[in-house]
Design a protein around this ligand. Structure first.
Ligand SMILES: Nc1ncnc2c1ncn2[C@@H]1O[C@H](COP(=O)(O)OP(=O)(O)OP(=O)(O)O)[C@@H](O)[C@H]1O
Length: 249
């Protein structure tokens, strides 16, 4: 049984277009894996298939060796899979702290655990997870602010903190550095490295080639729905063909 997240032969079509066209991918624990490629390559659609927001037409998604292909996103979340989105969405009437607590809320995560007979994490554990996430992303000073008053970079940090508060085993990050300044990007990189060192499986879609080079252990390059290249980061990024297809900044 393989830990982390695995995709086998995923296909997702929109009309005549195969946005994801036979993708095999492994997101192992303790590693940072990057998914790169030009606009329209199919990265977000692949993320949707992995997270459960979309069903693949064919292929399978395995979470810690278990077939979750037919489980919806909230059920996969209950099994330890969390994702963030390119478009940041916060609950506007709530504070920063309340938004992060929602990520840690056992009520939102308990359903599948309950079905499987696993104990739901207690409120105290959830609060501790939320506090830790706020601290990691430097949001303690603004925890009582209305979330919708945060500037873009801090909003992105909030979304990451909320994802982390769910204590996922697998974390999918869709352009996590978009809108971050240099200091925030460095903070993000340090947190992601620490999470991987702690055993989490991380997959990120990222356009910033320098960040991918500094952060990722392995890279998948996607174009026209297919995986064009894969392998250790240095080898993949050194491939001129890859850089040309990627168009990364
Ligand atoms: N809901 C949809 N209906 C029809 N076509 C779609 C839909 N979602 C995506 N597509 C098409 O699928 C292809 C892949 O899109 P996708 O958004 O997954 O790419 P991407 O690599 O994430 O791009 P970007 O980097 O711009 O976010 C594109 O041709 C897109 O137009």
């Amino acid at each position: 049984m393989s830990a982390g997240l695995t995709a086998r032969g995923l296909v997702r079509r929109f009309g005549g277009i195969a946005a994801v066209d036979g993708v095999d991918l492994a997101v192992p624990p303790g590693r940072i894996t990057a998914l790169v490629g030009p606009n329209g390559a199919g990265k977000s659609t692949l993320f949707d298939c992995l997270s459960g927001a979309a069903r693949p037409d064919t292929g399978r998604v395995l979470l810690a060796g278990r077939d979750v292909t037919r489980l919806p996103d909230h059920a996969r979340a209950g099994l330890g899979l969390t994702r963030t989105f390119q478009q940041i969405a916060v609950f506007p009437g709530l504070t920063v702290g309340q938004n992060v607590r929602i990520g840690a809320d056992p009520g939102r995560r308990g359903t599948v655990r309950g079905l499987l007979g696993l104990p739901a994490p207690g409120r105290a554990a959830s609060r501790a997870a939320a506090d830790r996430a706020l601290r990691l992303f430097g949001l303690e000073a603004v925890r009582d602010w209305p979330a919708d008053r945060l500037p873009t970079g801090a909003l992105r940090m909030l979304e990451l903190a909320r994802a982390l508060a769910a204590a996922p085993r697998v974390l999918l990050l869709d352009e996590p550095a978009a809108g971050l300044d240099l200091a925030q990007t460095e903070r993000l990189a340090a947190v992601l490295r620490a999470l991987a060192a702690d055993g989490m499986a991380l997959l990120l879609v990222e356009h910033d080639v320098q960040l991918v080079g500094a952060l990722a252990d392995a890279v998948y390059v996607m174009a026209d729905g297919r995986i064009l290249a894969r392998g250790p980061t240095a080898a993949v990024l050194a491939d001129r063909r890859v850089r040309a297809a990627w168009g990364g900044s």
